[in-house]
Design a protein. Structure first.
Length: 84
């Protein structure tokens, strides 16, 4: 179905999360925003999105990461590579 679902939470950051996103990018490389994650500013978040064929292939190949941003770290305070 190419449906991506997620559920997570963030804590211990320098301040409240201002944004969170799934990005396209291999480990150690930056990439563009692919899917926004709503609700991270509340500490916990949950959602889903339907991916294109290309997005699904990148995700399954380990070429996506999650980035959580704060006011103190606008480029991203915490990042995690998505793995199977």
């Amino acid at each position: 179905s190419k449906k991506l679902s997620w559920k997570g939470n963030v804590a211990g950051l320098s301040g409240p999360a201002t944004a969170a996103h799934f990005h396209a990018g291999e480990a150690g490389k930056n990439g563009g925003v692919v899917v926004p994650i709503a609700g991270a500013d509340k500490g916990s978040f949950e959602g889903s999105a339907t991916l294109t064929d290309e997005q699904a292939a990148e995700l399954m190949a380990g070429k996506w990461y999650v980035n959580v941003h704060t006011a103190a770290n606008k480029g991203g305070e915490v990042r995690g590579q998505v793995t199977k």
